[in-house]
Design a binder for this molecule. Structure first.
Ligand code: PEP
Ligand code: MG
Length: 761
């Protein structure tokens, strides 16, 4: 890099800072900046294009192009050379712009006389905010140094745009983090919430993009890198006691932190006039842009590592973000890229909503959100970059939509919707103690799903008759080491205490697949959902399963105990697990411990094979619980964790309902009680169909009990069954349309919670 260029660039940034400090309206500042850049680079034109909306770039300031084209000239993303720079996030450097493929001539600007073109993205953290362009009449070749200098200026512009430096009434310069944005993700948990953003991992705000003195900035950078290295060494020392994965991640971090080229690039940015923070962010942005282009998963993962490392370095430099929860807004809505169950539990139930950039519906965070009935939207890309702690936010869990910084009209409509939901809930509470008896006189037992002690109070408030599924794995997942028998026994006893005389169905540990214990050696499996999980782990590692069974027996201490084994795929597995339980009962008896007053041993039916199990299986099982989440994924061969396929098949698909009916029939043949405990049981229309297929027990999240009960009490199962049968006979793929037509004829004065077209779960 040439010394002169360095000084030139620094000089320009210095003048830029003066221009920004000298006040004036946003438009005035932008105009001054374009003039400064053009003069300092000796070009005829300098223009700044910013995004008006997600797809449209607008010429917001120009020195050299016709003044009347400012705020008039617009182009779509990808259109013309400017649009190309924005779309590809890469510079375009051309001596003969009109000859470039994709060049688009804008007559109103008078740019036909300018031959050479250099455009660079104005971007921050991989998000393109606009394009900075310089143009000259002659066929000029902009040098690498000049390109680099323009990139540095663009970086400063990005920071200033972000900070609202160009905000001007009436102008199209609404900066990032101030305008309303809508995110369309997917439903993780229904419900609606209004609150303020609480960023899980707050981003560092750079307030001083231009450095005063390169020497001071270099020193600051080097000192921060040194502190970062020490902290990584410390992390490695603590992690090396067995956690292979954490060790690997930290090793990669260390590799980057020691990378000479990374440090050199940042030093060069500082020499050009950036502050240490802006230099780190510039490299981070570049890495993110590269990451967005990489298709190789390995490269993408490495890019994410570098991104995390840059964040750490920024925190070292600014001291921001290291404190936790200091300024927690009221009605917090947690916004995160992704979050583990332990971290979510730390935030607690006071969260009004959760929005994740990634996440999946079967993840534990989702399960906890569901247990807490907190609206959750997943797959909302870009929200962690756009949202700031304290921003107003509306979460529409039903439709998977998030309104960030909504305008008043949207917010008011949303509040109306919230008020309607609250009213409906109030009305549901009036039937809390009534049975779910249908118009044709059939009564369906409604139970609730739970997984944490804190869920239990819902039992009395939601109107459930008992806990139809208690997922025991959460107790294992939220710890960093295997819980002890005594600890578990205490928790289970408290669950039973809280349930009083209501029945609790304890499902033994269901780990593997999406539920990975942080302290158990991880085995790479090509298809984890079809892999070593649940009862398979329990039978192969009997120590854990026996310990859990003992804890359950001790917790019951003379009370009735109900245990259920998950993911049974053949009769022998159930037989072996049941045998294990009976042995543990015998052992407890020998040891003189109080035995449960009575025991029920059931099986989950969540693999299609068990629908075809021998009659003896149904005779041996004290009860069967259909795990629809898993059963559905295997029935349709559609991974419940994979957003691309999991909503493809409607639960009300005629064949699936027929399959459920077959299972119910098999249970009825042997008089085996059968229930359904997958997520679909909590969707009113689905629940109605299951009841019509003969199910008389459904277990769901607490918030669903009211809406499901309401719909059942207003329905005649014989009619529903007729509708289902006719639709199936007609060859309808899904019975939903026919059923919705039927429901439209009924008097449902309280709106049932809107069923999603295709169920999640
Ligand atoms: C199911 O598969 O339907 C179920 C209830 O179990 P989980 O969601 O915990 O796998
Ligand atoms: Mg399951």
């Amino acid at each position: 890099m040439g010394q002169t260029q360095e000084t030139e660039s620094r000089k320009l940034l210095g003048r830029l800072r003066e221009a920004l400090a000298s006040g004036g309206a946003g438009q005035e500042r932008l105009d001054r900046i374009t003039q400064l850049i053009a003069e300092s680079m000796g070009t005829h034109v300098c223009s700044i294009y910013l995004f008006r909306d997600a797809d449209t770039l607008e010429l917001c300031a120009s020195f050299g192009l016709k003044a009347e084209s400012v705020h008039k000239t617009r182009m779509r993303l990808g259109e013309g050379l400017v649009g190309k720079v924005a779309r590809t996030r890469r510079p375009v450097n051309s001596t003969n712009a009109p000859a470039e493929p994709g060049f688009r001539y804008m007559p109103e600007t008078g740019e036909e006389i300018f031959t050479s073109f250099l455009g660079v993205p104005i971007q921050r953290l991989g998000q393109v905010l606009g394009v900075l362009v310089v143009q000259s009449k002659e066929a000029r070749q902009y040098s690498e140094d000049e390109l680099y200098g323009v990139e540095v200026v663009a970086m400063v512009l990005a920071e200033m745009t972000e900070l609202g430096a160009f905000l001007d009434e009436g102008a199209a310069l609404s900066p990032l983090h101030q305008r309303p944005v809508v995110f369309r993700g997917s439903t993780g948990q229904e419900g609606a919430a209004e609150g303020r953003v609480l960023l899980h991992d707050p981003r560092v705000v750079v307030t001083n993009p231009i450095g005063d003195d390169p020497e001071t900035e270099l020193e600051r950078l080097r000192a921060a890198v040194a502190r970062l290295r020490v902290s990584l060494d410390k992390m490695l020392d603590t992690a090396s006691s067995g956690d292979e994965e954490a060790t690997q991640v930290i090793e990669t971090f260390r590799m980057f932190a020691n990378s000479k080229s990374w440090l050199r690039r940042m030093e060069e940015d500082i020499a050009r006039g950036l502050s240490a923070e802006a230099a780190v962010e510039k490299e981070q942005s570049a890495a993110r842009a590269r990451l967005a282009r990489a298709s190789d998963p390995y490269l993408r993962a490495r890019g994410t590592d570098l991104d995390d490392l840059s964040n750490r370095l920024l925190r070292e430099l600014t001291g921001q973000g290291s404190d936790t929860g200091a300024e927690r807004p009221e009605n917090p809505v947690l916004v995160a890229r992704n979050i583990g169950p332990g971290e979510l539990l730390d935030y607690g139930r006071e969260l009004k909503g959760i929005v994740l950039e990634e996440g999946s519906v079967g993840s534990h965070a989702a399960i906890i959100a569901r247990a807490w009935a907190i609206p959750l939207v997943i797959n909302a890309p870009g929200i962690t970059t756009e949202a700031l702690t304290g921003d107003p936010i509306l979460v529409d869990g039903e439709n998977g939509v998030v309104h960030l910084r909504p305008d008043e009209t949207i917010a008011n409509a949303f509040r109306d919707k919230l008020a309607m939901q609250a009213k409906a809930q109030e009305r549901y509470s009036s039937i809390r103690n009534e049975p779910a008896t249908t118009l044709c006189g059939e009564t369906v037992s409604l139970q609730m799903n739970a997984g944490l002690l804190v869920d239990l109070p819902s039992l009395s408030t939601c109107g459930a008759e008992g806990v139809g599924l208690f997922r025991t794995e959460l107790q294992f997942l939220i710890r960093n080491k295997m819980p002890r028998r005594g600890e578990l026994a205490q928790i289970y006893a408290r669950v039973m205490d809280a349930a009083g005389d209501k029945r609790v169905v304890f499902r033994t540990l269901d780990i593997g697949s999406d539920k990975v214990l942080p302290y158990m050696k991880r085995t790479e499996e090509p298809n984890p959902a079809l892999g070593w999980r649940a009862i398979r782990v329990g039978l192969d590692k009997p120590g854990i399963m026996r310990m859990q069974l003992q804890a359950l027996i001790r917790a019951a201490h003379g009370r009735p105990l109900t245990v259920m084994f998950p993911f049974v795929a053949q009769f022998d597995e159930f037989r072996a697990a049941r045998e294990m339980f009976l042995e543990e009962l015998e052992r407890e008896k020998v040891m003189g411990h109080a035995l449960p007053a009575e025991v029920e041993i059931g099986a989950m039916l969540e693999t299609p094979s068990m629908a075809f199990a021998p009659r003896q299986f149904f005779e041996m099982a004290d009860f069967i619980s259909i795990g629809g989440n898993d059963l559905k994924q295997f029935f349709f061969a559609a991974d419940r964790e994979n957003e691309r396929v999991r909503r493809r098949y409607d639960t009300l698909n005629g064949s699936f309902l027929g399959f459920i009916q077959q299972i119910v029939n098999r249970c009825n043949e042997t008089g085996t009680p059968v229930s359904f405990c997958g997520e679909d049981a909590g969707r009113p229309v689905e629940a109605l169909c299951f009841a019509a297929m003969g199910l008389r027990s459904l277990s769901m999240r607490p918030a669903s009990v009211g809406p499901v009960k309401h719909l059942l009490r207003r329905s005649d199962l014989r009619e529903v069954r007729k509708v289902v049968e006719e639709a199936r006979a007609n060859g309808d793929q899904s019975v939903r349309p026919a059923l919705m037509r039927h429901l439209a004829t009924l008097d449902l004065s309280v709106e049932p919670a809107q069923p999603s077209q295709r169920a999640a779960g």
